[in-house]
Design a protein around this ligand. Sequence first.
Ligand SMILES: Cc1cc2nc3c(=O)[nH]c(=O)nc-3n(C[C@H](O)[C@H](O)[C@H](O)COP(=O)(O)OP(=O)(O)OC[C@H]3O[C@@H](n4cnc5c(N)ncnc54)[C@H](O)[C@@H]3O)c2cc1C
Length: 511
Amino acid sequence: LSPPRRLGDPDPVRERSWWGWGWADQAVTGPELDALVGRVGAFLPLSGEVAQVPAVPTLPASRLSVPPGVTARTDDAARAARTHGKAYRDVVRNLRGELDHPPDLVWFARDAADVARALEFAEATGAALIPYGGGTSVVGGLEYRGPDRPVITLDLSMMDAVLELDEESLAVRAQAGILGPALEEALRPRGLTLRHFPQSFEFSSVGGWLATRAGGHFATGYTHIDDLVESIELVSPAGVATSERVPASGAGPAPDRLWLGSEGALGVITSAWLRVRRRPTFKAGAAVAFGSYSDGVAATRAIAQSGLGPANCRLLDPLEAMLGAGATDGGSRLVLGFESADHPVEAALGRAVELCRDHGGTPADAAQWRGTFMRAPYLRDGLVRLGVVVETFETACTWSAFEALHAAVLEAVSPAVVTCRLTHVYPDGPAPYFTVYAAGRPGAEVELWDGIKARASAALLAAGGTITHHHAVGRDHVPWYRPPGPFVAALRAVKATLDPHGVLNPGVLGL
Ligand SMILES: Cc1cc2nc3c(=O)[nH]c(=O)nc-3n(C[C@H](O)[C@H](O)[C@H](O)COP(=O)(O)OP(=O)(O)OC[C@H]3O[C@@H](n4cnc5c(N)ncnc54)[C@H](O)[C@@H]3O)c2cc1C
């Protein structure tokens, strides 16, 4: 028996931060904060003043009452914590107490029938309904921004059961609200793993991953949740759609492809079958130093095109290597990792290191990037409290476009400081991930960031990149989300058919 939990909290005892990332007790303080000031203060002026963690603000009264038999909350704490996602601009506005469109009602869905009931209620009351998985959106996917109307946040955290496991076919069926750790916990005793590890893994959900086409941290090969899904159940005002569960099919356009990346605008994903794998037992890793960044890029491309398929192949530029991996020599770092549940991987690692040597790479100390990586969202919030503008954005482009794209981004965000790491690499191109640091102007941080983001986004598109490799479109990326015209017309027609009253997450994807 698990202890009763507070609604919407993954842990019954521990408190989630309402304004920032993760657990409240993990916020950066004391010596860790001092060390952060030292590291970042080396390249950015810091005032040393730290914004206080705000109390939950008093919100306008809810305009909706809870229908009988429904599990819901209308208190300020529940509504404030779900007003925004977890982007930089969300954290800043929370710290300032600027919550312009809080939901009126947080409805905790219990099953698919309850989801259908919530949709009917939204239609009847003229409310917008925003599906909410783990709440880690960084693109304004959870924040209503349209004309004044009541807003319901449909929280799926109570739909967190693992429903079925097909060990013969290596697949699991889970409800959409389950978070990464709970799913892995259920699979571990069977020697299985989904092995989908976005950086937000601890607090993001299966439904959120599918709705945003999340990317895990397999550097090569199957990293997008798109490749791991077998079948989806989705509830919309037009009914329940459950796709066929088969390993592959050539029968017409695939329904799941329509739901993947639909960001709650076409329906609510209630459960899914996902492909799992045996847990890796063979592992090998190495770090390689490059004096020249372009040599590092060339080596990374050689590995991506070699067919070796490393699980980790993460190229850190010099500043990223300093901040994220403790490198002090001013060079870049390539962090390599191989794994298998079936065979030793030393030979593959050896060959990858050889390819690095061919491009001037030399063995380096094993980088400590993983700890920094998991701690990064807390550090980001610490910097925000210090008044720093700090945010990430990511893209993907062909290898032939990369050098010019990289240069264009650096120029577009200047004079802000920017670091780059290649998080995923494909035979035809990398997924560069940028982190921006700029000194904030008190009260104008969001505007400053929005300006940097607009310049960077325009540069990405002009240089042949996508507006997002894995962060989704939400509302923030709409100006730079440009699918072909006939596709947009088709998408609008689908939206009108499935959601005729426009209740489902209005505004995301420009719908
Ligand atoms: C620190 C940090 C690190 C991150 N790292 C990564 C990363 O490595 N890879 C990556 O891909 N992303 C990353 N993200 C972005 C985010 O975690 C992903 O977009 C994630 O997939 C969102 O999942 P969630 O459950 O939190 O969804 P939410 O934030 O709750 O929702 C995201 C969107 O999906 C919709 N939605 C949620 N659940 C459903 C559902 N069941 N049915 C229909 N629509 C639904 C919501 O309405 C919203 O539009 C990161 C975010 C943060 C803050």
